[in-house]
Design a protein around this ligand. Structure first.
Ligand SMILES: [Zn+2]
Length: 207
């Protein structure tokens, strides 16, 4: 089973559909009609069990309000991200609210069938950013913490923290990662660990 990627409006965030025994989405973008249409080409959206959010930025998460309301998907979010969301912060003029169904702290394991997702708390881009790691496949769904080619998330948005981002990159650099599924831009299918090490190196110099 391969993750199916959707590039979602309004800011081209990546959303990943995992067609496992418990079908799930990792991030959903900001436009619910887009994501419902995209998912419907593969599966009835009512089948979606979990929506795993990497963080609460509208371009990754806002469509989850309707997915929860229409289909009863369980929203998974880090406790610190829920605090940030409750603070009512605004990003590029957008503000939304959703009540998560499952609040995580890091270290949790979700068994989806073939895949298992481990929650790794990676603050820095936002206080409750998380990555989801599949240990058998060595896949990392990294949200806006780390991207391909040594790029990493902004730390100048609400709750961002450069020191924490570097610490998070160090944590990720210890993992065995073959494939990187980031929150924007290219997916890396081989040797993704090198991309993470490069991001750590650059972040240490520039942050
Ligand atoms: Zn973001």
């Amino acid at each position: 089973m391969e993750p199916i990627r959707f590039v979602t409006p309004p800011l081209m965030a990546n959303s990943y559909l995992l067609l496992d025994e418990k079908p799930s989405l990792i991030d959903v973008g900001g436009d619910s009609s887009f994501i419902v249409k995209a998912v419907s080409r593969h599966i009835n959206p009512k089948e979606i069990k979990f929506v795993f959010l990497t963080h609460s930025h509208f371009d990754h998460a806002m469509a989850c309000i309707d997915l929860k309301r229409w289909f009863g998907c369980k929203i998974v979010m880090h406790e610190k991200e829920f605090e940030l969301l409750k603070s009512g912060y605004t990003l590029f003029g957008y503000r939304f609210y959703v009540e998560p169904d499952i609040i995580v702290k890091g270290g949790e394991l979700f068994d989806l069938g073939e895949l298992e997702l481990e929650v790794i708390h990676t603050p820095g881009h936002t206080p409750g950013s998380v990555c989801y790691y599949e240990p058998k496949k060595k896949w990392l769904f990294s949200g806006d913490t780390v991207f391909a080619h040594g790029a990493f998330g902004r730390v100048d948005l609400p709750g961002g923290n450069a020191f924490e981002l570097i610490e998070s990159l160090k944590k990720l650099a210890e993992l065995d990662v073959e494939r990187l599924y980031p929150g924007h831009e290219d997916v890396i299918e081989e040797n993704a660990k090198e991309h993470i090490l490069k991001a750590l190196e650059i972040a240490k110099i520039f942050l």
